[in-house]
Design a protein around this ligand. Structure first.
Ligand code: ZN
Ligand code: ZN
Length: 408
């Protein structure tokens, strides 16, 4: 991809994405394959006034080696400096960018037990610091193509062609091309999101009912305080930013422990390197009680039983089948993109920012209200061309989605 467009994209991520503030630190997490673009990002961040840019590099190859050769004890031993680093972040509140470019299957062949236990060990000591930053700093998940990833999305093309095609696909999802004033285009998009959210929030639905011919028949209660969000958001300090680029979803946090029925997947789910395909999950009293997958059933079971909260839902998201990502028909093998092709739900932690009055509640109070808490948050797709979603308030039905699209 030509440099001028890459720079335009970097500027979009810095200004409309994290909206870096004068003197604020920016942390970037990226694979070494993205080094060139990360340099561009850092340059644009400094131009926009960043006080310091810190990059936490990773490398799929090194990560693989580390899982292969280190003992479980060594992997689960989180050094004091890692904890200090997380603590420092929770105090200085840097803006954070997670730049994706790596192979979605990069860690497929490593021992999943090791990955899962090491993740749990790290979460145990680091999660409290992340929870403490909740809603306080700007963050952004975004992507550029890596070679292995591009080959997976476009397997028939030469690597260089595949990379260029994935660049084009990614840039089109964020409205970045030579002609478009992409910052203005995002302002517009955010306005449309706000109108939809305002409508949903006015309805104050008690519960939603999902129905689709593939077998989905599912009811999920909302909290009285559930807020629908989408597009840009504000930090508690009042900085407006876009946490996901691209994004097409409008989402909320449901009432944990209050859903019934069957959800049938409409797209494969890539979890810790395993592809889970054609599955359904049955819920009773808000908990996943039984499930079946044609492929990857064991991985699905592991995911659901990660911890106490991983069998409950933390997100309901609405995405119409006429969204640009859905229309592109591409499978990206990455949630940042694929979740924007379909209505979905997430197993695991809820969004505390999707609760009315969250600014005056502690994390524990929010969980008591009904926000689910878990170490995982994993989206899976349930949207179909014939999906109908109806909202109920005091017994009165209002269509939200009809045949996969917004009812109005
Ligand atoms: Zn989502
Ligand atoms: Zn999600």
């Amino acid at each position: 991809m030509k440099k001028s467009l890459q720079r335009k994209y970097a500027k979009l991520l810095i200004k409309q994405g994290v909206n870096i503030q004068k003197g604020q630190q920016l942390n970037i997490r990226a694979d070494i394959e993205a080094a060139e673009f990360v340099t561009l990002l850092a340059e644009e961040a400094y131009r926009a006034g960043a006080g310091k840019v810190r990059v936490d590099w990773s490398s799929t190859e090194l990560t693989k080696l580390s899982y292969r050769h280190r003992t479980m004890k060594s992997l689960c031993d989180i050094p004091a400096w890692e904890i200090e680093k997380a603590k420092l972040d929770s105090e200085i509140l840097p803006a954070q960018i997670r730049l994706i470019c790596e192979d979605p299957d990069g860690l497929a062949k490593v021992n999943q037990e090791k990955v899962s236990r090491a993740t749990i060990a790290a979460n145990k000591v680091l999660k409290p610091f992340r929870d403490a930053m909740d809603n306080k700093n700007q963050w952004l998940v975004c992507a550029i193509p890596g070679k292995a990833w591009a080959k997976k999305v476009f397997p028939k093309d030469r690597t260089s062609v595949a990379v260029e095609k994935l660049w084009k696909a990614i840039l089109s999802t964020v409205m970045c091309d030579d002609e478009t004033d992409c910052i203005a285009a995002w302002d517009n998009k955010n306005k449309t999101f706000k109108e939809k959210c305002d409508w949903l929030n006015k309805q104050q639905f008690d519960y939603l009912h999902y129905k689709s011919a593939n077998g989905t028949d599912f009811k999920c209660e909302l909290m009285k305080e559930s807020l629908w969000c989408g597009g840009g958001e504000y930090t508690l300090g009042g900085v407006y930013y876009n946490p996901n680029m691209p994004t097409e979803e409008i989402f909320t946090t449901p009432m944990k422990g209050k859903c019934e029925g069957r959800l049938v997947s409409s797209m494969p789910l890539s979890s810790r390197g395993t592809l889970i395909e054609n599955f359904y999950i049955d819920f009773e009293n808000g908990k996943a009680v039984s499930w079946h997958a044609e492929k990857g059933e064991e991985a699905l079971g592991k995911l659901i039983s990660t911890d106490e909260g991983s069998c409950m839902l933390g997100e309901l998201a609405l995405v119409p089948t006429d969204s640009p990502i859905s229309q592109s028909g591409l499978l990206y093998y990455n949630t940042l993109f694929d979740e924007n092709a379909s209505c979905h739900v997430a197993l695991g932690s809820g969004y505390t920012g999707c609760v009315k009055g969250f600014e005056n509640m502690s994390f524990d109070e929010l969980c008591e209200k009904g926000v689910n808490d878990s170490m995982i948050h994993v989206d899976f797709m349930i949207g179909t061309e014939d999906m109908c979603i109806t909202g109920y308030k005091d017994g009165k039905a209002t269509p939200i989605f009809v045949n996969g699209k917004w009812a109005e």
